[in-house]
Every structure is written in C-alpha cells, then in structure tokens.
Write a protein that binds this ligand. Structure first.
Ligand code: HEM
Ligand code: HEM
Length: 238
C-alpha cells in the first residue's frame, strides 16, 4: 500500500513523465523546424523560432520546478521536522534557499538586461546545487573521473538545469547572433542526451527506492554482496 509520503516521492517522476518529456518533444521538433527554415529556406511558418523559444522557456521552468520539488521532498521527508538535523536554523536555511531559487527563476523570466539575466540564472542554479549538496540527497558519486558520477541522477539533473537556465538567460542573443545559436545548438544536443540519461537513471532509482513501510527491511540488505537477510517464514525448508 502506498502511504502519503510515497505519493510525495512520486510527484517528481509523475511531473517529469506527464509534463517535461512531452514539452521536450515539442521543443525539439520546433527547434529542428527553426533551423530547417533558416538553412534550407523550407516553407514553414515564420513563427516556429518564436514558438520554439516560448515553449523552451516553459521546458526550462518545468525542469527547475521538478528538480526543486524532488530536492525539497528528499531533504524534508528524511526525518520528522521536529527532529530535523541541524535544528530550526538549518531548516529555515533550506526553506530560504528553496524560496530564493524559485524567486530567481521568476525574476529571470522577467529580466531584460543581460546582467540581470546572467545574475538570476546563476543564482537559481547555485540554489539547486546547494540543496543537492545536503547530506540527505543521495548522489552515487562526486568524482567526475569515476563512472558512478556519470550515472548519478542528481549530477545529471544539476547539469541539465544549468543548460536550460543558460538557454533562457541567452534567449535574445541566441535569436540575434549566429555564434550564440551555434553554442546553443551544441549545448542543447548535450542537454538532449542528458534528458535521455535522466529517463534511464530516474526509472532505475524508482526501481531501487522502496515504499516507506518496506525501508527497514531493504536497509538491512548487504549492497556489496547483493544479499538480503532471509526471514524464517520465507526460508526454504531443509
Ligand atoms: C533540448 C533543448 C533544446 C534544443 C535541442 C534546441 C535546439 C535549437 C535549434 C536546433 C535551434 C535553431 C538554430 C538555428 O536556427 O540554427 C534553436 C533556436 C533557438 N532556441 Fe533552442 N533548443 C532547446 C532549448 C531551448 C530553450 C530552453 C530555449 C530558451 C528560451 C531556447 C531558445 C532558442 C532561441 C531563442 C532560438 C532562436 C530562434 C530564432 O529566433 O530563430 N531553446 N534551438
Ligand atoms: C528532466 C528530467 C529529470 C531531471 C532534471 C531530474 C532531476 C532530479 C533531481 C535533481 C533529483 C534529486 C536528487 C536525487 O534524489 O537524485 C531527482 C530525484 C528523483 N528522480 Fe528525477 N529527474 C528527471 C527525470 C526523472 C524521471 C523520468 C524519473 C522516473 C520516472 C525520475 C525519478 C526520480 C526519483 C525516483 C527521485 C528520488 C526523489 C523523488 O522521487 O522525489 N526523475 N531527480
């Protein structure tokens, strides 16, 4: 049976599947059409470029939102709030960073001048990374020279958030300058690969995270030897 806390953990994957990936499909299609129209003079409506960037902005906002949601759930659901490690000051700080990151996203959306756009995108990204570095967030590996780092759902998410914010921050420049457009396309081809990697590492994590009431049993398993204690009821009779 799923308890309320399990539903909270499910919110992030559900929003990724129902909102982020469908949006990604549309953004990719419109980006391809914008390029096709510009390079091959294909007969496509002149709005494809603008539609791509408009939906791209929603895609970026959706990615930041589901990442902040996942981080909030992971950090705040680990312990009863009354026994939060670090006490009230740390809890207040975590909430402040969550709020600050969300606010930076809203301000980035509205900012016009290049300095403000750069500032708010960096602030928002810094908030995501700060929250990700909290002890409650499981990160597989932190060393880029080891395979575990590249399989980490958190580091993939942090990189992807950065690339999405970079596109939103540079939107006017991408529209105006060929050099920026080239940088944008290369950066976002990488982003597309990371989206694919997130789909794989995210579903893998879903398979590995047990329901709340099953956690004590699963935590008793030996992760090095891939064995779990066998309960007397399920042990094979001699
Ligand atoms: C997976 C993500 C993305 C991919 C693969 C992608 C790809 C592309 C491609 C192929 C183009 C056409 C470039 C050309 O004409 O040579 C383009 C243009 C553009 N993209 Fe993206 N993009 C992505 C996300 C975003 C996001 C998040 C934004 C943020 C607002 C954005 C803003 C723009 C802008 C402003 C243009 C120029 C459109 C124009 O005026 O013609 N893109 N993108
Ligand atoms: C746009 C793609 C995605 C991004 C950027 C992203 C990013 C993140 C981040 C930053 C976290 C918190 C760190 C962690 O606990 O590892 C997280 C948690 C998690 N993600 Fe994703 N993720 C994405 C897609 C998915 C998908 C498609 C699934 C599964 C269907 C998934 C399943 C999970 C699970 C199970 C967690 C643990 C915490 C929770 O459920 O709230 N993610 N994700």
């Amino acid at each position: 049976m799923l308890q309320s806390i399990d539903w909270l953990w499910l919110l992030h994957p559900v929003l990724a599947v129902a909102v982020v990936y469908p949006l990604l499909g549309m953004v990719l299609r419109l980006g391809y059409q914008a390029r096709d129209r510009r390079i091959n003079q294909t007969k496509l409506p002149p709005t494809v470029g603008r539609d791509h960037a408009d939906l791209g902005r929603w895609l970026a906002a959706a990615v930041v939102a589901i990442v902040l949601l996942a981080l909030a759930v992971v950090i705040l659901s680990g312990h009863p709030l009354a026994a939060f490690p670090g006490g009230l000051p740390r809890l207040a700080l975590v909430l402040l960073v969550l709020l600050g990151s969300s606010l930076a996203l809203v301000l980035l959306w509205r900012a016009k001048s290049p300095a403000y756009r750069a500032c708010f995108s960096l602030l928002c990204w810094a908030g995501v990374i700060t929250l990700g570095l909290q002890g409650e967030v499981y990160r597989l590996g932190d060393n880029p020279f080891q395979g575990a780092f590249w399989q980490s759902h958190f580091w993939g998410g942090a990189g992807l958030t950065g690339l999405m914010l970079f596109s939103v921050a540079g939107r006017p420049e991408i529209s105006r300058h060929l050099r920026w457009r080239r940088l944008h396309v290369s950066a976002n081809l990488l982003a597309t690969l990371i989206f694919l990697a997130q789909a794989i590492s995210g579903t893998r994590d879903l398979l590995e995270i047990p329901l709340n009431w099953q956690k004590p049993a699963i935590q008793a398993c030996d992760y090095q030897r891939n064995t779990c204690p066998v309960s007397p009821a399920s042990a094979p009779s001699p």
